[in-house]
Design a binder for this molecule. Structure first.
Ligand SMILES: [Zn+2]
Length: 471
């Protein structure tokens, strides 16, 4: 059995495993043995170690303000809060798009959307793009990506650098899970499948140095089990239930790391690709706008030791900063030509109780016609700088549809402060206008433009099943 498991760890997604994990997820409470205690001085020393693993947890569609550690009054997320409160929590992290594929292309390549160009439904990252798993594999890590969202499928170029890149066999548990819509039910399986696959990976490769990416999907699906049905039945309540369900999965994974004595050798990162709208600006869902509810996501670094108190970084940072920071933490060479920067100086300043300026703005972009193969592009760019958030459409004739918000007075972007100029056309104030123009003038990434891929009917069906309109 052990021999076969090591030979082919991905064949053991059987019913017994499913029941085993289901039991753990249902019973999970935060009663974990403590990791070693550490201080801010130990953070720099991580770069000298050669035994530190990385677990990268991406929780699709998770807005920051629905987590207890980000101020939410409901106890949706005890496991994530534990990681945030004993690690590094970035108070204001901005994702680079509100659509999974564009957001993940930026996150992995540490480049702004305008530079990697992955904007349309058919766009794929070319093989020349440099992906962090390629770097970690070269550095000796065993690499595995486990996912259920078709927008990060291999045909969009996200399979570069993985020893294993897998969508696990879905379990069949339709009665146990609530789902929001009939179309959501068409996405088979649950996040338990991912947790189970992650545990199989730890069984097979936990003795080696590893990089494990788990891309949870049930918050996107508004799916949850009975034990997580705590917060009501409205659309927004069900979203909270789903967060609690995925949080339980994270708790199980954390427990598995602890029980294998891996937590003291693992950096765990939690992030999201975008949030979700609940009619704040007249729309539900995501992948349409760049308002705060779809743009601000959690970003948590949990270290191989506990910090007490944890570090809170107040600056506006971006998902493009995640990998430059992680490589810096690990003491590995940086990626070339990134827009993201290492956040180590901000972490160290926050640990000392100091606030430092971080003047690099966070950009995001969505092509609002991305799902229409024959439609003209309709790009919207956002800039976030300190308390300022502004929006600039760039399609011909739409330049005047700008929006400008000041979070100091208006944290949820209800009052557009952009004023018409003498010509009657609204324009962003300088220097915000200038910064957006500078962004738009940036050259493409070193590997060039994205490539176009053809999707077959089955792949299109899977993407439509996520609730997207792909024509
Ligand atoms: Zn997504």
């Amino acid at each position: 059995m052990l021999r076969r498991l090591l030979d082919s760890p991905w064949t053991y997604f059987g019913l017994a495993g499913a029941l085993f994990v289901a039991l753990l997820v249902t019973q999970f409470e935060i009663k974990l043995p403590p990791r070693p205690k550490g201080t801010a001085d130990d953070i720099r020393a991580l770069a000298q170690r050669d035994d530190v693993n990385v677990v990268f947890i991406l929780i699709d569609t998770l807005r920051a303000d629905r987590l207890g550690s980000y101020g939410y009054e409901r106890p949706t997320s005890p496991a994530l809060d534990y990681l945030a409160n004993t690690g590094i929590r970035f108070e204001r992290a901005v994702s680079q798009s509100s659509w999974t594929k564009a957001s993940m292309a930026s996150l992995w390549t540490a480049t702004w959307p305008n530079r990697n160009g992955v904007m349309r439904w058919s766009h794929s990252l070319p093989g020349e793009a440099v992906m962090p798993p390629e770097l970690l594999q070269k550095a000796g890590f065993q690499t595995a990506g486990i996912w259920r969202n078709g927008w990060v499928a291999p045909n969009f170029g996200f399979n570069q650098g993985w020893h294993t890149y897998v969508r696990p066999q879905p379990s069949n548990s339709p009665d146990k899970f609530q789902k929001r819509t009939p179309s959501a039910s068409a996405v088979v399986g649950t996040d338990e499948d991912l947790t189970r696959a992650a545990i199989e990976f730890l069984n097979a490769y936990g003795h080696k140095r590893f990089f494990l990416y788990v891309h949870y999907m049930d918050v996107h699906q508004f799916a949850y089990d009975e034990a997580s049905a705590k917060f009501g039945t409205s659309y927004s309540d069900v979203y909270d239930n789903a967060i609690n369900w995925v949080d339980r999965n994270v708790g199980v994974l954390l427990g598995e790391l602890q029980s294998r004595d891996l937590a003291r050798r693992t950096i765990l990162v939690v992030s999201s690709d975008h949030g979700e709208s609940f009619l704040e600006h007249g729309l539900e869902g995501h992948a349409k706008t760049l308002y705060r509810e779809v743009a601000e996501v959690p970003l948590i670094f949990s270290l191989p030791f506990e910090l007490n108190p944890g570090i809170v970084v107040p600056n506006v940072v971006a998902n493009v900063d995640i990998w430059p920071t992680l490589l810096d933490l690990l003491g590995l060479p940086p990626m070339a030509n990134t827009d993201g920067r290492s956040l180590m100086p901000l972490i160290e300043a926050s640990a000392r109780g100091e606030t430092v300026e971080f003047d690099r703005p966070a950009f995001a972009q969505i092509d609002r016609t991305w799902g229409r193969p024959t439609g003209d592009p309709d790009p919207l760019v956002s800039i976030t700088k300190g308390p300022i958030r502004a929006f600039q459409p760039t399609a011909p004739g739409k330049e005047g549809e700008v929006e400008f918000y000041d979070h100091a007075q208006d944290p949820w972007e209800a009052r557009n402060l952009a004023q018409p100029g003498p010509d009657g056309v609204r324009r962003l104030p300088e220097p915000i206008h200038a910064a957006v123009q500078e962004y738009l003038a940036m050259p493409p990434a070193a590997w060039g433009e994205p490539v176009d891929v053809e999707l077959d009917e089955m792949e299109l069906h899977q993407l439509r099943a996520l609730g997207y309109v792909v024509q």
